[in-house]
Design a protein around this ligand. Structure first.
Ligand SMILES: Nc1ncnc2c1ncn2[C@@H]1O[C@H](COP(=O)(O)OP(=O)(O)OP(=O)(O)O)[C@@H](O)[C@H]1O
Length: 262
């Protein structure tokens, strides 16, 4: 069971992000999420896949405080944050890398990254975070003084990742990180997602590129009609013939494993 303490040792928490039986929608319209439960352990990548309109981005909006659920709960590092707004989520330990490209092209890479620390006053802390993101994303250190607009799309996405890590979050939400990128840049971006995971972060990722994302993720959740339809280890989802047929655009090469249909 997760601890109630935000600052409890990370190792004691089974999940860093928990959405439990969440119901959510927009205005007076019908519910989009209809009792959705997703849990993200430390040092893991959980990927949400599913058809258009299933509610994947809505899950991230609820998790990041952009949309308040009508029922259910959201916990970050064991702390109930169900009613938090986006700024409070950052303080609770969660950051959100939005869909699309958000670097300021006329600013340097370093200036873009430092925007992620604009609320922080502790210079020592900032210096340590700069060292950390430079070690995690070498291109950020190598091109620190270059204009961000001179970087490729995949490199710019890494600048966005670095900026999101400046406040030392424990949970990172990634909304379509490969959007608009060619296959080579996509591969690089997914490699960096794995590096974030290996640094201990809990990553919840939404991707259209479902097969490629599941190859990167530890766990996968297939959403349909606002609920988790199927969940399990990502490699099992990839090998599930029924899932491949329905959601991944074709049968897998190896169909020996079976995911859990819930
Ligand atoms: N701001 C909004 N206002 C009203 N309805 C919305 C809003 N955003 C999303 N929706 C609706 O909520 C439903 C789920 O949308 P969502 O973007 O979460 O799905 P998705 O699984 O991420 O889809 P896609 O793969 O197409 O991005 C859709 O019917 C969509 O039209």
């Amino acid at each position: 069971m997760a601890s109630e303490q935000h600052d409890a040792p990370q190792g004691r928490q089974e999940y860093l992000l928990e959405l439990d039986d969440v119901q959510a929608g927009y205005g007076r319209a019908a519910l989009v999420l209809r009792g959705l439960t997703v849990k993200v352990p430390p040092a893991s990548v959980v990927c949400l896949v599913g058809p258009n309109g299933a509610g994947k981005s809505t899950v991230l909006k609820v998790a990041s405080g952009m949309l308040t659920p009508r029922a259910g709960s959201v916990r970050v590092l064991g702390q109930d944050v169900t009613r938090n707004g986006p700024q409070d989520m950052l303080a609770a330990g969660l950051s959100h890398v939005l869909q699309g490209h958000s670097v300021f092209r006329e600013m340097t890479v370093g200036e873009n990254v430092m925007l992620g620390a604009y609320t922080v006053r502790d210079k020592q802390f900032i210096a340590e975070r700069v060292d950390f993101v430079k070690s995690l994303f070498p291109v950020v250190g190598d091109r620190w003084d270059a204009l961000a607009g001179a970087l490729s799309g995949g490199q710019q996405k890494q600048v966005e990742f670095a900026r999101s890590l400046m406040v030392d979050p424990k949970v990172v939400l990634l909304d379509e990180p490969s959007m608009g990128l060619d296959p080579k840049a996509t591969a690089t971006v997914f490699e960096q997602v794995v590096r974030m995971r290996d640094a201990g972060l809990a990553v919840l990722m939404v991707e259209q590129n479902a097969r490629r994302a599941l190859e990167t993720a530890d766990l996968g959740c297939v959403l349909d009609l606002g609920r988790v339809h199927i969940s399990g280890p990502a490699h099992e989802l990839l090998a599930d013939p029924q899932l491949a047929e329905l959601y991944l655009g074709g049968r897998p090469h190896n169909d020996s494993a079976k995911a859990t249909h819930v």
